[in-house]
Design a protein around this ligand. Structure first.
Ligand code: FAD
Ligand code: UDP
Length: 368
């Protein structure tokens, strides 16, 4: 099958790559082990008529114009800026921490200047930031670290802040103003008809065929495609020869509440120190759906199960480098996405990487 390419996985990385290859004239065969397209960004209408994200809340945000333009060929958008509160000492306070958070937690008004002073007085002086604990202590100090970061991180990752790369906690900035948005990116939108409808459009091309309920590893021996795009876990691809990479998994507990318009004030409420779940998300805030009755999801982290998060820490970085070096030798395979690149990527980063890796591949295929 000289012009045929197979794509393993139908999340953003696989679907975008498939589309670019199809437009370049290749016949693309997608193999997806789940019974649906969209990967973890898949959404659907639940049995009560509410649009939900079965794999947890997905909010699209990016500063990358190229990514936004690419997706805009396949969807219109609903403007949505996500807000998150954290339940701390009986109060719901804005996350990322800003001057409103300080005012509510400490029961007195903080101006911007007051907030700056608070951080300069309380932040721990650490010159060499080695891990997420250093990152948080150097930004907000001990008290807010304990109130907001320590417990949440232990639950989410099953390990201490100090065990994780600085980049994990660095996802959450510290602000001195009163901006209560979770993200400040230039483009913050939800696909107007949802993510699954967006994927349907991306995949709607005569050169693309999709095989759902098909695990690549059940068919690997009969692979005679000219090239393979692989977006599953990289350690599995190489039969765990350098040992297993850690992935963090989640149980999603979805609940429908009838006769209620909204369950909570904002899209997500984090519970750093109470309960076994990390956060509750209410989908109607995100999707803008207007109806009576509402659906929420609670996220319960666990170490086994579907791999949702790579775990950024030195041990895994080292093992990943060994797989990465092996992957470079695999001329007929391109490794893309959050699991195959073992990167804590947001959707836009996965898309940007998939666009660029696929375009490089097309150039290489033209030359060979
Ligand atoms: P995936 O979406 O995981 O797709 C990979 C696909 O490959 C899967 O469908 C899988 O079934 C399939 N597959 C794997 N192995 C095989 C095999 N052997 N054979 C066949 N198929 C296989 N990002 C944001 O930008 N904003 C958010 O708000 C956000 N929220 C998130 C919330 C949660 C709880 C999680 C877990 C992630 C969130 N993300 C968010 C990240 C986002 O989900 C990812 O960046 C993105 O979905 C990754 O796309 P992907 O294609 O790399 O991987
Ligand atoms: N975090 C925290 N408390 C919070 C929010 C985030 O400790 O209230 C830490 C935690 O370690 C988390 C990381 O910051 O895993 C990144 O948070 P983000 O909301 O980006 O996680 P995601 O949405 O990817 O699960």
């Amino acid at each position: 099958m000289p012009e045929n390419i197979c794509v393993i996985g139908c999340g953003f990385s696989g679907a975008i790559s498939a589309r670019i290859l199809a437009e370049a004239g290749y016949q693309v065969h997608i193999f997806e082990k789940r019974n649906h397209i969209g990967g973890n960004a898949y959404d659907k209408i639940d049995e009560n008529g509410i649009v939900i994200h079965p794999y947890g809340p997905h909010i699209f945000h990016t500063n990358n114009k190229r990514v936004f333009k690419f997706l805009s060929k396949f969807t219109t958008w609903r403007f949505y800026e996500h807000e998150v509160l954290a339940y701390v000492d009986g109060k719901e306070v804005p996350i990322p921490i800003n001057r409103v958070t300080l005012s509510e937690i400490y029961g007195k008004d903080f101006t911007e200047k007051g907030a700056k002073l608070y951080f300069s007085e309380n932040a721990v002086k650490i010159t060499n930031i080695r891990n997420s604990e250093d990152n948080v202590l150097a930004s907000v100090g001990e008290d807010l670290c304990d109130k907001i970061f320590r417990g949440y991180t232990r639950k989410q990752w099953g390990m201490d802040l100090a065990d994780l790369d600085a980049s994990v906690a660095a996802r959450i900035p510290t602000r001195t103003n009163d901006d209560c948005r979770y993200f400040v990116d230039d483009f913050q939108f939800i696909p107007a008809n949802g993510y699954t409808a967006l994927f349907e459009k991306i995949l709607d091309h005569r050169n693309i065929s999709i095989n759902l309920n098909t695990d690549y590893f059940d068919h690997r021996d009969s692979n005679n495609y000219m090239h393979t795009i692989y977006s599953g876990p990289i350690d599995k691809y190489f039969d765990y020869q350098f040992g297993k990479l850690e992935y963090r998994s989640l149980n999603f507990k979805h609940t429908y509440i009838p006769n209620l318009n909204y369950y909570q004030k904002v899209g997500t409420i984090n519970y750093p120190n109470e309960y076994d779940y990390t956060r509750i998300t209410e989908f109607k805030h995100i999707t803008g759906q207007k109806c009576t009755g509402t659906s929420i999801v609670k996220e319960f982290p666990k170490s086994h199960g579907d791999p949702y998060y790579p775990v950024p820490r030195p041990r895994n970085n080292k093992v990943y480098t060994e797989y990465y070096d092996l992957a470079k030798l695999e001329q007929d395979v391109t490794f893309i996405g959050r699991l195959a690149q073992y990167k804590y990527y947001n959707m836009d980063q996965v898309i940007a990487s998939s666009i660029s890796k696929t375009n490089i591949l097309i150039e290489q295929l033209k030359k060979s």
